[in-house]
Design a protein around this ligand. Structure first.
Ligand SMILES: Cc1cc2nc3c(=O)[nH]c(=O)nc-3n(C[C@H](O)[C@H](O)[C@H](O)COP(=O)(O)OP(=O)(O)OC[C@H]3O[C@@H](n4cnc5c(N)ncnc54)[C@H](O)[C@@H]3O)c2cc1C
Length: 243
């Protein structure tokens, strides 16, 4: 691992401030994904901002059929929460099957969702339950949050299909296309057509461009990065003006 500076944040505001002050900081929750990635030198953040000691990010609260789970809540606490078991036992069962006891006591819901791995358990549950993801900046419907990911997945997959001649990449690409379009359709239930489609294509365009730079070594010239930043600005602006 490279040298990094550790910070223990005690509030969301402090965590956000620390993030903005550092060169290349990353939040760390359970560290179950990030620390192995750092050990393999696939990530080398200048600063690590620990979110595990922020009271407002911890715990499960249930009010009627509304459930709120703090981002820094470990999987084991979701699995064992009696109030949650009464209204949504499937979510407790799902959490109880994640990894092994160590992963369940350290790994968090927020880390799993932020990590945005389509093979992980929570993202699928968030979609099925029509959850809303609350961030320090905005609230995002789960279908909107994950739709762009599959858009990136199929666009990247397309490169590996070699003109649809390779069976596995072709099957995965077609599946990601179907899921991506399905999620777009779901997002359109709550967003105007132009906003949902622009966000979907915008996230896809930015994600694929970032993948090209990081994985395929494509150009990261200032002009190219500025153009990508304009797409991000446009997507965020569209969402803000659409309410
Ligand atoms: C052996 C093993 C088995 C596993 N098995 C499963 C499994 O069966 N099913 C499954 O779904 N998952 C599994 N996982 C993944 C596990 O659920 C992790 O907990 C999860 O992927 C990441 O959560 P974390 O809290 O450890 O996040 P971290 O590793 O701390 O962070 C992951 C990423 O999310 C960001 N981040 C973390 N918290 C926040 C936040 N609150 N806000 C914004 N960004 C944040 C970090 O900056 C980082 O980029 C497994 C992991 C391991 C090591």
């Amino acid at each position: 691992m490279y040298q990094t500076t550790y910070h223990r944040a005690s509030s969301v505001d402090e965590a956000v401030k620390l993030l903005s002050q550092a060169d290349d900081a990353k939040f760390v929750s359970g560290g179950q994904t990030l620390i192995p990635t750092m050990k393999q030198r696939l990530a080398a953040p200048s600063d690590l901002i620990d979110l595990r000691h922020i009271p407002e990010l911890k715990g499960v609260s249930v009010s009627g059929t509304m459930v709120r789970i703090g981002a820094a809540t470990p999987h084991a606490q979701v699995a064992g929460n009696e109030a949650l078991k009464a209204v949504c036992p499937a979510l407790c069962k799902l959490a109880s099957h994640i990894g092994d006891p160590h992963v369940r006591h350290m790994g968090t819901l927020g880390g799993s969702i932020a990590n945005n791995d389509p093979a992980a358990d929570y993202p699928a549950a968030m979609l099925a339950l029509k959850a809303t993801i609350h961030t320090s900046k905005r609230d995002i419907a789960a279908d909107e949050f994950f739709a762009g990911l599959f858009e990136i997945g199929w666009a990247v997959g397309l490169k590996y299909t070699e003109g649809f001649t390779r069976l596995l990449p072709t099957s995965l690409t077609v599946a990601a296309m179907a899921i991506s379009v399905g999620l777009l359709a779901a997002a359109m239930r709550s967003l105007p057509l132009g906003t949902a489609y622009a966000i979907w294509t915008g996230i896809g365009a930015v994600g694929v461009a970032a993948f090209g730079i990081l994985v395929f070594g494509e150009s990261a010239s200032p002009a190219r990065l500025a153009c990508i930043a304009m797409i991000v600005g446009g997507v965020v602006g569209l969402k803000l003006v659409s309410g």
